[in-house]
Design a protein around this ligand. Structure first.
Ligand code: G1P
Length: 296
């Protein structure tokens, strides 16, 4: 059975981007000409998950509005005969089937995922975290969905990171398979101190998860940071028998990833994608080289 539901948690307060995020959800900050969340939803839909469920918090209405029709704007653009812009605003309203529920209290990523239980039902589902943008040139979610149909259970996206940065991520202990890009996960730990990390394989914000996780999440106590962690529930799936929806496989991702989670990495993502822009990328590159050369 193929995976067609994607859960996208968007309840975070975005405190690292204050004051901008005082009144604008961090997911709506533009990366070049689209809000960051647009890239993530497109990735889900292009991977076959056209049923999208946002797990939202208070003050996130702008995200729902972005993926809804804006009839007034459509009428104004239509009357002007501005078809190109009209296409831009109608296109985002037609990306997949968008649903949204409220998390109420932000008790952690595991808690956010648990909120999706009723909508998801008894199928494997994808989870995409908005801070990680995956380069469209090197997609990974379709490969993960394929791995899930091959091995069952759940599938995580793992990426080698410099060992000293592993404490920013969930970390996996793994054993190899015949395929260099596929590993069996033998243990998981959320944001371990460097000296306790079982590897330098970090969990990146793309998951394909067995519905067996919901029962586990209902009983998962708060972990790292006092929050209910999805990594802790996945860790319990590692040792659960395959017949009960257990087993966790890792897909090693060697492609491009842009982090939009803090100001510096957000700027790097913006510059990288701006340099690729068909309309002004070359001109921006010329300017940037000159700017870096002269320092102004
Ligand atoms: C979350 C997960 C962590 C994962 C990371 C990927 O952490 O808890 O396991 O490695 O996303 O971006 P966060 O960055 O939300 O604190």
């Amino acid at each position: 059975m193929s995976v067609n539901k994607a859960v996208i948690p968007v309840a975070g307060l975005g405190t690292r981007f204050l004051p901008a995020t005082k009144s604008v959800p961090k997911e709506m900050l533009p990366v070049v000409d689209r809000p960051a969340i647009d890239y993530v939803v497109r990735e889900a839909v292009e991977s076959g998950c056209d049923d999208i469920l946002f797990i939202a918090g208070r003050g996130k209405e702008a995200i729902e509005n972005y993926f809804d029709r804006n009839v007034e704007l459509e009428q104004v653009l239509g009357a002007k005969g501005d078809q190109a812009r009209l296409d831009l605003v109608t296109e985002t309203a037609n990306l997949g089937h968008i649903h949204s529920i409220r998390q109420g209290e932000a008790l952690g990523l595991g808690h956010a995922v648990l909120m999706a239980a009723e909508h998801v039902g008894d199928e494997a589902f994808a989870v995409l975290l908005g801070d990680d943008l995956i380069d469209t040139r090197t997609p990974v979610l379709p490969r993960m969905i394929e791995a899930q149909s091959e091995f069952g259970g759940s599938v995580l996206c793992l990426m080698e990171v410099p060992p000293e940065t592993i404490s920013m991520y969930g970390c996996a202990a793994v054993s190899p398979t015949d395929d260099p890009d596929i590993v069996r996960i033998t243990d998981l730990v959320e944001k371990p101190p460097v000296e306790e990390a079982p590897s330098n394989l970090a969990i990146i914000g793309r998951y394909v998860i067995s519905p067996a996780i919901f029962d586990l999440l209902r009983h998962t106590p708060p972990g790292r940071g006092g929050e209910i962690q999805v990594t802790d529930a996945l860790q319990q799936l590692v040792s659960l028998p395959g017949d009960d929806g257990g087993g966790v496989t890792g897909v090693i991702f060697r492609g491009g990833r842009f982090d939009t989670g803090d100001k510096l990495s957000y700027l790097k993502a913006t510059v990288t994608l701006a340099l690729r822009d068909e309309e002004f990328g070359d001109e921006f590159g010329d300017w940037l080289r000159q700017f870096v050369g002269t320092g102004q």
